[in-house]
Design a protein around this ligand. Structure first.
Ligand SMILES: [Ca+2]
Ligand SMILES: [Ca+2]
Length: 308
């Protein structure tokens, strides 16, 4: 039945392509290859079947084989190659058939030189598979199963694929935290031993971002990374002139009675006791700091006079 179908299509193609002359060959050997991948027991892995240096193929009938003790074929998806609207794709077998074959035929009268992914095969690895066990993914075609636009057989080199049973991958959570607000900026999942991509740090008025507490490289456990900041104001310097003196206390007192307005950075500088409120307590704290500093200077002068 299938043979009759193929022969009918081939006959149609011969009519379509009767007058077609010559095929330009691409450089490099025509190759059909399967990925070599690894996955852990019980998990699903995908193997891409790729066509390269395709000189033109209007008919392809490829079989895929694997070790049924290790793998179960669960899905077959067409790739981007040989998806032209002249192409008919036939997948007449069930996934339990091993080998499994797929068949492409085109009514195109011009070269189809598509390269890229023909199919993606998904396999589930046996739950009891041992580490290091593997199965080849064998590719094969029969004489006359690969034809160009003149219905001349094309030779493709075959590169078999492989699925190897590996340790399950381990992932860790990296949490980025804002040092100032203690809020989470973002979280990412990182494979063991890989690097985390650092996010953009939030901006805070009155503060400069100085870096991250860790560089995010070689993550081997759940990790918290802090965005670090330093203030770019002097505590108590409410008028921002670079010194803390009675003028700063006076400005605060004026602001309290509505005679002056403090911007966000000035408010941070004015809030001496860091309670989030600007009140007379902050002005008093500034005056106390100024007085104790001048006392220190005064006592130094006195002791200097005494020793002189
Ligand atoms: Ca000042
Ligand atoms: Ca305060």
């Amino acid at each position: 039945m299938k043979k009759t179908f193929i022969l009918t299509l081939v006959a149609m193609l011969m009519i379509f392509t009767f007058n077609f002359q010559g095929v330009a060959f691409a450089s490099g050997n025509p190759t059909i290859s399967a990925d070599k991948v690894s996955g852990s027991s019980g998990n699903t892995v995908s193997v891409d079947i790729t066509i390269e240096n395709n000189p033109s193929v209007v008919l392809a009938n490829i079989s895929f084989g694997w070790d049924s003790d290790l793998l179960v074929l669960t899905d077959v998806t067409r790739g981007t190659a040989l998806t032209d609207n002249t192409v008919t794709f036939v997948q007449s077998q069930s996934y339990s058939d091993n080998p499994f074959s797929a068949f492409w035929v085109s009514t195109s009268t011009t070269n189809i030189t598509d390269n890229g992914t023909l199919l993606t095969l998904s396999f589930t690895i046996n739950e009891n598979a041992e580490l290091g066990a593997y199965s080849e993914i064998t590719l094969s075609y029969e004489e006359g199963d690969m034809l160009d636009v003149d219905l001349v057989p094309v030779d493709f080199e075959i590169s078999n694929g492989k699925i190897t049973v590996a340790e399950p991958k381990v992932y860790h959570t990296v949490t980025f935290v804002d040092e100032l607000t203690t809020e989470t900026i973002s979280t990412v999942t990182v494979e063991h031993g890989k690097d985390a991509t650092l996010p953009t740090p939030p901006e805070h008025e009155g503060f400069t971002f100085t870096g991250w507490s860790l560089d995010g490289k070689n993550i081997t456990e759940d990790t918290t990374i802090m965005a670090l900041y330093e203030s770019n104001y002097i505590e108590g310097d409410s008028n921002g002139d670079g010194v803390v003196n009675t003028g700063d206390a006076v400005l605060i007192l004026r602001a309290i009675i509505g005679g002056a307005t403090l911007n966000e950075v000035q408010k941070l500088a004015a809030d001496m006791n860091s309670d989030g409120v600007i009140n007379t307590g902050d002005a008093v704290a500034i005056l106390q700091a100024v007085v104790s500093k001048s006392r220190t200077v005064e006592s130094l002068l006195i002791s200097n006079r005494q020793t002189a």
